[in-house]
Write a protein that binds this ligand. Sequence first.
Ligand SMILES: [Zn+2]
Length: 353
Amino acid sequence: MLTLPLTKEQFSDLLNLYYGVFFPLKHFVNKKYFKSILISKKFRNNFFPLPIYLGITKKKYNKIKDEKFLKLTFERKLIGVIKINSFYQISSTILKKKFFSKNHQKHPYYKKFLKENFKLLDFEYKKIIKINLKHKNFISPNNFKRKIKKILKKDEMIAGFHTRNVPHRAHQWAHFFMLNKYKNLLIQPLIGQYKKSEYLDDVIVKTNKKISKMYKKNRTFFTTYFSYPRYGGPLEAALHAIVRKNYGCTHFWVGRDHAGYKNFYSKYSSQIFCKNNEKKIGIKIITEKEPYYCLGCKKIVNKKCLNKKCINSKKKNISGTKIRNLIIRNKNIPEFLMHKQISKLLNKKSIIN
Ligand SMILES: [Zn+2]
């Protein structure tokens, strides 16, 4: 029997599907579900924003196209045996129109998609080796919920915070906002970057863990979301909301340019899309304006200060890109951008090059 080695991204999709992170989706999509999710945002009768698929390169396809059964492996460990029903493709018109937009050539995930997904697999599991379904950055929703259940009372709220960044002051503003309003906070960074000039996974884990320990004990929780960025804007933001619902959150913070890339999506479009589908997703969406640093009162705010000296004073955006550029050039990160306890953990080697 031939072997299909999974990439780290595919393995994360498999774990997330298998353990209910993407519930109600529990299996890689076939052609019918791929299309219905992209076109009508529906998986069976449920809202679902992005297809999760298993694809192969052209080279691999030529090797395995006549096979009926395949062994799935990840890092040389056997994950399972699958039976192939068929190979399929999705028309590029649908992909461009419904996912990657008119600017698709410049979309970082579009190139990756084409390269890695010459054909997609419609398959079923014949065998799963459960003992190998694990990763240091993965905890299943059930295991996580069991953990917080011991601490939280039955009807308590808990707000989820997604990031693929090292925490800076604007993130902290959001953390405080949620701790004040909902009493409990889950900081759950996305782990699994692949693009140059993003932070290394371990750096994201270390810094976000650190910040969560600086807040109220037994009110702030930390776990990872073992996946990868698709830069899918509003659609991916909605997927992130579903993920947090499955990890037990009652509320979810959607950022100004959540899951965005450069100027691909308009400002606040992720918030608007998630808010519009809030009921269907089944988690309350928090849509706050972006916090910034007010030079007048020297504070992080997200509404215009009514203070006289502030009205005409300038605001300074707190941008992750700006901070990364400082790190790359070995410059100090000012305290108003980032907590010292965090910036001291960072250096040039924190970033993928
Ligand atoms: Zn001010």
